[in-house]
Design a protein around this ligand. Structure first.
Ligand code: GDP
Ligand code: IMO
Ligand code: MG
Length: 427
């Protein structure tokens, strides 16, 4: 078997949580491969809403193993909080969750360093979620990090104890933080961190690369759940306004330890319009009453930070770029219902950058002044949130979907018309 992938093609919050939850019955294993608690994945079923940050979106289904893979960075305090919240509502997390020994740990000082870095950048700040993601990946690639597997090495005298490792890193961080008078805030967090580590000791730490490769040999089905979106990828996103991990399909190979030929179907998901939370370029942003209307109808507020999301029309050059980077084999369109209240719908089909035209590509730097070139389509002006099959959709909605398919040359296989698990149309 191969690892199927579901990932976001825009700047995150495309609806990954909803769709992973929807398709989980087809899979034995759901694995997160990158990112951390900067993610906020919303699931709605049986009239209840759940937001997951670190735990894969298969956790509510029976007979499904959920893996936090090697490429993820874990804040133990956040993870334990999330586990306890789920346990309180009766989810047996312990039997369904496995954590890669190679996943790196976020320390309290990483979170403070994140904040300091943002303050330091002033107006040029990234708009980080302040979860310590960037500084932790920096320590990982700088070869200074601590991994989940190090928790079990504590008793082996050949290795530095977890406490020694922790203090070594803290000492390095403290030099920066003391200068800035931040260090005093760490102490309380430090004891919470060690308490969380104790709690996690009873969970299953695995060699996730062996676990997943063996599962594939045994013909088990595996889905990799992306976090963030392709335009936030550290290499191919709108750098420097990106996150610090590989959010695109290549991150699946490094983050789960599977070879490229083990990648199967790649489902790219996108909103029927575009949103972005945090700073950075956004060519089709609508800083006007239309954008405000999208935010209001779409309830576009961050699932992790609560910040209002910036809204704009669908950007086809950027979508085509994300399809190419990821080798997307099928597309799923989300939140189509939000466009039901618009008389006309615009789609960006190209960029005019100072007289130079882009249609199928995007320029190296999208923070330069860009005039989006739009085509205008007729809206459907009708509630579609109760449509169960494709044929029930109004002609104009079908035309919108057909137009995107034609432009991207990729089939749209699912249409989401509401936040609930059941509001999903299969084609
Ligand atoms: P994720 O990070 O990609 O999992 O997405 P988020 O959960 O951060 O944001 C998506 C938001 O849109 C959540 O509030 C979902 O409940 C909601 N949502 C997902 N799909 C749809 C849809 O088709 N229609 C509507 N109205 N809401 C949706
Ligand atoms: P999900 O998985 C939307 C954005 C932040 C910021 C930038 C860097 O829910 O789609 P970071 O904390 O990673 O250093 O922030 O990335 N960002 C997201 N935006 N959805 C997310 O995750 C995001 N995770 C990070 O707003 O602009
Ligand atoms: Mg989200």
């Amino acid at each position: 078997m191969k690892v199927d992938v579901l990932l976001g093609l825009q700047w995150g919050d495309e609806g990954k949580g909803k769709l992973v939850d929807f398709i989980t019955p087809n899979y034995d294993i759901i694995a997160r491969f990158q990112g951390g608690a900067n993610a906020g994945h919303t699931l709605i079923f049986d009239g209840k809403k759940y937001v997951l940050h670190l735990i894969p979106s298969g956790i509510f289904r029976n007979n499904c193993i959920n893996i936090i893979g090697a490429g993820v960075v874990i804040d133990p305090i956040a993870l334990v909080e999330e586990i306890k919240t789920l346990e309180e509502i009766g989810v047996d997390v312990k039997s369904k969750l496995k954590i890669s020994k190679r996943a790196h740990l976020i320390l309290p000082t990483h979170r403070i360093l994140d904040k300091v870095s943002e303050l330091d950048k002033g107006d040029a700040k990234i708009g980080s979620t302040l979860k310590g993601i960037g500084p932790t990946y920096m320590d990982k690639t700088g070869r200074n990090g601590i991994r989940i597997g190090d928790i079990n090495n504590e008793l082996n005298s050949k290795y530095q104890s977890l406490k020694d490792k922790h203090y070594l890193i803290m000492d390095r961080h403290s030099k920066t933080l003391q200068e800035l008078d931040y260090y005093s805030t760490v102490k309380e967090e430090e004891s919470k961190w060690f308490e969380a580590i104790e709690y996690l000791k009873s969970f299953d730490f695995i060699d996730s690369e062996y676990y997943i490769n063996q599962a594939l040999k045994q013909r088990l089905t595996v889905l990799a759940e992306g976090a963030q979106g392709s335009l936030l990828d550290v290499d191919y996103g709108t750098y420097p306004f990106v996150t610090s991990s590989s959010t695109t399909v290549s991150g699946v190979c490094s983050g789960l330890g599977v070879p490229p030929h083990a990648i199967g179907n790649v489902t790219g998901i996108f909103k029927a319009y575009t949103t972005r939370v945090g700073s950075g370029p956004f060519p089709t942003e609508l800083d006007n009453e239309i954008g405000e209307k999208m935010r209001k109808i779409g309830s576009e507020f961050g699932a992790t930070t609560g910040r209002p999301r910036r809204c704009g029309w669908l950007d086809l050059p950027a979508l085509k770029y994300a399809c190419m980077i990821n080798g997307v084999t099928e597309l799923n369109i989300m939140k189509l219902d939000i466009l039901s209240e618009f008389e006309t719908i615009k789609v960006c089909v190209g960029y005019n950058v100072d007289g130079e035209f882009y249609k199928d590509t995007i320029p190296f730097d999208v923070s330069v002044p860009i005039e989006p070139i739009y085509v205008e389509l007729k809206g459907w002006n009708k509630d579609i949130s109760n449509c169960k099959v494709f044929e029930e959709l109004p002609k104009e909605a079908k035309d919108y979907i057909a137009f995107i398919q034609l432009e991207t040359n990729c089939p749209i296989t699912r249409v989401s018309v509401g936040p609930d698990r059941l509001q999903t149309i299969m084609r």
